[in-house]
Design a protein. Sequence first.
Length: 140
Amino acid sequence: MEAFVINMNKTLISTVIIIMLLLSLLLYRVTIGNNQQTAEQKTENTKPSAVIAGDKYNIEISRHNELKVGSKLLVMKKGGEIKWINKDDTPLTVTVSELRYESKKLRKEQSDRLKMDVLGSYDFKVKEFPNLKGSITVIN
């Protein structure tokens, strides 16, 4: 009879351990799922909204302040003009590869202009600091 009770206790202890492991795994998966959801929500909340520009729009560039666009997505009407202004101590060059545009080398406070005559979406970046980039969409 003692052997039977000892085997029952071992079985009960094993069962309890298995249940605890399963609960731990479930709790771990729920925690990971919540963390991923939070990260996705944060990413969605930080996505830039579009800036609707008038006929002319200035983009101030500084590697310390990022791009002073208000957003990295700019929407403007066909025929509008972008003015790139270097606010950095380092000379900069702005490129829009789809239009084969490259600004002159802009020293601090110098500027260059680009007239947006062709409908479409165009990515721009600062050649010297590729993380400084954005997009311009030209509409009718």
